[in-house]
Design a protein around this ligand. Structure first.
Ligand SMILES: [Zn+2]
Ligand SMILES: [Zn+2]
Length: 244
């Protein structure tokens, strides 16, 4: 059998008839070039599938790609050039989008882990390790437990109350979680030294708001079901305390 080059993609996609499948399988046993090609195709397929599981493109993105594909079909490139160009385009697309997808996914995962920590804190019988409304008690409690320090704002004339703090482990590193109350809401402020890959900014999802920023080598993430404006006001108090 000569190399079934034009059947290898159908083989990888599982689209061969049983007879053709048996023939290609028999050929792959004997031909290193074809088996290497088929293996590379399978690995590409798997990594694209893994990336697709982690990140669903928006309907707009799908529509744009579909429109581009339709345009290309109407005005084809030189027929002998297009398969090579398509392969280059596919390789470039994977090389560009996989790191972007990975970064997006890491960010989403960090935020959703912190959201889980916030929710489990609220469900806990002992939500904090150090129970105090006094920042001069809570801040020193963390000393010796964390490889960094941070400041807490004076909340005397604000609608926020400090409830306490706890030591958490995030990315295998000791970090701080502070718990505040605002009317009937609870607000967690995570102060992290480890790289979270978290983008700075505000996000609202499932009724929770997160506001993240980086300053002085620390990442702060405020998480609450309070309104974005109320989350932002506490974030501002934390920011100005860190600037002191
Ligand atoms: Zn072959
Ligand atoms: Zn502000």
């Amino acid at each position: 059998m000569t190399c079934p080059t034009n059947q290898l993609d159908a083989f990888v996609d599982g689209e061969l008839s049983p007879a053709a499948l048996a023939a290609v399988e028999a050929h792959l046993q004997t031909c290193p070039a074809c088996s290497a090609h088929a293996l590379a195709q399978m690995q590409l397929k798997n990594s694209v599938r893994a990336a697709a599981d982690a990140y669903q493109p928006s309907p707009e993105f799908r529509a744009r790609i579909a429109a581009q594909v339709a345009t290309k079909q109407r005005r084809p490139l030189h027929f002998w050039l297009s398969p090579a160009l398509a392969l280059v385009a596919a390789v470039v697309l994977v090389a560009i989008s996989v790191p972007l997808i990975a970064r997006h996914y890491a960010h989403e995962r960090a935020l959703s882990e912190l959201l889980d920590l916030h929710v489990s804190t609220l469900a806990s019988a002992n939500p904090v390790d150090v129970v105090s409304t006094d920042r001069h008690t809570v801040k020193p409690w963390f000393q010796g437990k964390l490889p960094f320090t941070f400041n807490l704002p004076d909340l005397t004339y604000s609608p926020y109350t400090l409830l306490g703090g706890k030591l958490i482990f995030f990315n295998h590193a000791p970090e701080a979680q502070l718990l505040f109350s605002f009317r009937q809401h609870r607000i967690s402020v995570f102060v992290l030294k480890s790289a979270t890959s978290s983008r700075d900014g505000v996000q609202t999802e499932d009724g929770f708001t997160t506001e993240s920023w980086t300053a002085g080598g620390l990442h702060c993430i405020v998480v609450s079901d309070a309104s974005a404006a109320d989350v932002h006001a506490l974030a501002d108090l934390m920011r100005s305390a860190q600037a002191k």
